[in-house]
Each structure stands twice: as C-alpha cells, then as structure tokens.
Ligand binder design. Structure first.
Ligand code: CTP
Length: 434
C-alpha cells in the first residue's frame, strides 16, 4: 500500500485545499493529513487563523478524501510521522517548493500544483470586523498599530473622551461624538479610565455592538452582571481584555501547574509595577495602582486557586497626586495564600512566583508579558526552563480571538466570565476599604 502524507492549516477550507487533497490522494492508496495546531502556527508566525483546530480538522474530515486526520504540533513532527506511519510520499503545494527537500531522506517528496486565485488569506480579508476605540489611554496608539498587522480586524476609528497625550498618527478617523462612531463600527474597544468603562460599554451593547474592554470592565459584580445580561439580550460579545491570558507561555504555565508539575499550589506572589503612564494617570485622578494592575495580578491567582477566597485585605500608600501609588493585597484560601503588590510611580521587580509542595514556578519580570518561565525544584538538576513565543505581548492573539468570537457567536474566552466578575467584585471591596 502506498501511503501519502500532507500538511496544512486548512483555515476556512476552500477549493484549493480540496484540490490538493485529491491530488495527494491520487498519488497513492491512503492519505494522512496533518492539520497545524494554533500554537504551532503562532510559533511559525501565522497568527490570523480564523477557525479553531477542531473546526479545521472536522472540515478536512468532512471532505471524505483523507483516510486519517491528526494535529501537527511541533517542529520535526513531519519526520516522526513519516517514519512511524511508513509513509512513501510527502506531498505539498508548489508554494513550498524546495522547503521540504530535507524529507527526501525519509520518503519521496512531491510538490503539487497550487490552485490559482484562492487562499485562506484572501478569504480572511473579506469583510474585516471594524473596531472603533473609545478612550484616552496613551496605549491606544500601540493597540491600533498592532491591529493593522492582524487580518480580519480593522481599527483606526477613534473617539477621544479626554485630551490625548499619545501619538495620533495611526488614527484614521477621530469622531466628535461616541454615538456617531458607534454607527460606523461592528465593535468597540474601550480604553477609557476604569470608572467610565461601564457607561461606554453599556451604550455600545445597547446598540448591538460587540465590546472588548480594558479590565476591569466594571467596578462591582452587580454592574458587571448588568453588562453581561444586556450583552446576552442583544446577542453581542463582551470580551474582557487581559492580554496576558493570550500569551502562550502564560497559558502553558497554567496548564502545567494544574497538571501537578509543582504539586499542590500553596502560595502565589504577584508583583506588577510601572512608571510609564504616571503623568497621564495623575491627570485622570481616578487611577490607582490597584485599579490599573489588579485585573492582571488577579489572573494567575484566580486561574490557579479559583474564585473561592475566604478573606482579602488591602494596604495602600498614596502621594500628593494619587491615593494609591502602591498597594499590597493579601488573599486567604482554604489551604493556600496569595499576595499581590501593585505600583504606579513606584518600581519593583515584577515577577511571579507560584509555590507548590513539590517545587515552584518562577516567571521573571515583567511576568505578564514573559515568553519564558522556569520550574524549579529542591534538586536543582531537575529545574526546567520553558519558552513559548507570542506576538505583541498577547495582543495580536487577543484580537484574533475577539474577531473569532464575533464570527462564530460563541464565547470561547481565555478570561472566563466568572473571572471578569470576580475581578469586578474585588475592585468593589478595594474601593470600599479605601
Ligand atoms: N493550497 C493549494 N492551492 C491554494 C491554497 C492552498 O494547493 N490555492 C495548498 C497548499 O499549497 C498546501 C495546502 O493547500 O499544500 C494547505 O495550505 P494552507 O496554508 O492551509 O492554505 P492557504 O490558502 O495557502 O493558506 P494561507 O493563505 O493562510 O497561507
């Protein structure tokens, strides 16, 4: 029996894919198809894939051409697959000509003609999700610049609710009213200061617009519940933006810890500080180190210890401008404790330590955008480094996911709604304590 193998992303399955599958199958008796996982695609710089791995695998299976369909997860897997499955022919489209000659050592390599005039990239570029941005956070400049490289989304329309201190070069249209912008977009990115977010989000979802918002979206669980209920009624996506959740290293680290790598988690220590936006934050008056950093800092704690903390206490330090330039938070769980330090205009080592009964995880500063972490043990020879590449500190992946949720209508979020609600709840407790 002649076994043939081919690989691809097979996003938004199109005629070109069907043709190549047929051509590959015609070379032998049995066709194996490897479909690239999202993580593998990200590591090779392909971030804009629309469909999930399962959807793409199902689509390839549904053609009825392949005899076997499986995920392709890592560099070097092709060699393993060919050897293990006794493959005679590796076939791939001519756009890859020469790139897989190294496989000739293991089987015959055939480059097949590519179908002209159709590609996933082309299909993805149809009708992007148009996202307007409201706010005055100087990070809007970076956000819109990053979005320009993400296909499937279009950003640049802006409503500035306050004076803007960032660079406006990437803005395409600046509206003089929020409602006027709402009429021109599919979705809104909310980058206002925290106490204004609820209102802007509500107005957008009431008009049937999808929303992605800096976190926290609301400053109490009650307000958050109101927003989710309204979004549900209006069938719009409500998406909490915590970019860290979309960093591959972060999500892998959470899975490894949940899988028992360091035993039972007993303590989590998180520090997040910055000096960068201090002047802007002072102008907005409302900001505090905890409202600015709290959502990010709470993410690993809620992901690993859950939402059922028994006690939380805050100690804050102010200066002449802000009543919280540094906050320390203690959280008590049954059998575990967590501490958070947040700073604005105060700098410290922004690392993350997760202590367990068998070892600990160390994520170096700035942990919230780190592509690297280490598992460390009593016997240092067992220590292990982990490295996972991500683009733009998780922002590109986050925008891709947001657009995907809008298109598919499901809520496959990396920041679960329960976490967003719990963050809003902690914000309320913190404001009460103040
Ligand atoms: N393919 C083809 N003809 C096309 C598009 C793709 O023969 N018009 C082949 C590729 O050469 C590859 C396989 O289909 O062997 C899977 O390719 P994939 O990268 O998933 O599809 P593309 O449409 O090329 O995707 P993208 O635009 O994201 O690169």
């Amino acid at each position: 029996m002649i076994k043939v193998i081919t690989y691809g992303t097979f996003d938004l399955l199109h005629q070109g894919h069907i043709n190549i599958l047929k051509r590959a199958k015609a070379l032998g008796d049995y066709l194996c198809v490897g479909v690239t996982t999202e993580n593998f695609d990200v590591s090779r710089g392909k971030i804009n894939v629309r469909q999930s791995l399962m959807e793409r695998i199902e689509a390839v299976k549904a053609t009825g051409i392949a005899d076997e369909v499986f995920p392709e997860e890592y560099v070097g897997q092709k060699i393993d697959d060919i050897k293990r499955n006794n493959i005679s022919i590796f076939a791939i489209g001519s756009d890859w000509k020469g790139k897989f000659d190294y496989l000739n050592e293991y089987c015959q390599v055939i480059y097949l003609p590519r179908t002209e005039g159709v590609s996933s990239t082309q299909l993805r570029s149809n009708k992007p999700v148009v996202i307007g941005t409201v706010g005055s956070d100087p990070s809007m400049t970076k956000l819109i610049k990053t979005a320009a490289a993400v296909d499937g989304v279009e950003m640049g329309k802006v409503f500035l609710d306050e004076e803007y201190f960032g660079n406006r070069k990437s803005f395409t249209t600046v509206y003089d009213s929020y409602d006027k912008m709402l009429d021109k977009v599919d979705a809104i990115y909310v980058a206002t200061r925290p106490e204004k977010r609820y209102d802007f989000i509500k107005r957008a979802i009431e008009k049937g617009k999808h929303v992605i918002s800096n976190s926290p979206m609301a400053l109490s669980a009650e307000k958050y519940d109101e927003l989710t209920a309204t979004a549900h009624r209006n069938k719009t996506v409500l998406f909490d933006s915590i970019k860290t959740a979309y960093m591959l290293a972060f999500s892998r680290m959470i899975l490894l810890v949940k899988g028992g790598l360091i035993g039972d988690v007993k303590s989590i220590d998180v520090t997040c500080t910055s000096l960068e936006n201090y002047d802007w934050l002072v102008k907005t008056k409302y900001f505090s180190s905890f409202t600015d950093w709290g959502a990010i800092a709470l993410l690993p704690i809620f992901k690993l210890l859950g939402l059922g903390y028994k006690k939380v206490s805050f100690s804050s330090l102010g200066d002449d401008n802000l009543d919280d330039i540094f906050t320390k938070v203690n959280m008590e769980y049954d059998g575990a404790i967590a501490t958070i330090s947040t700073g604005l205009g105060v700098k410290s080592e922004g690392d993350l330590r997760i202590s367990g009964t068998k070892g600990y995880i160390y994520v170096p500063a700035p942990w919230w955008k780190s592509e690297y972490f280490e598992a460390r043990f009593e016997d240092a020879s067992n220590n292990k480094p982990y490295y996972y590449k991500s683009d733009n500190e998780g922002l590109s992946m986050e925008l891709v996911h947001f657009a995907r949720c809008i298109r598919s209508g499901d809520g496959n979020f990396y920041v679960e709604s329960e976490i967003s609600r719990a963050v809003a709840d902690v914000m309320e407790l913190y404001n009460e304590k103040k």
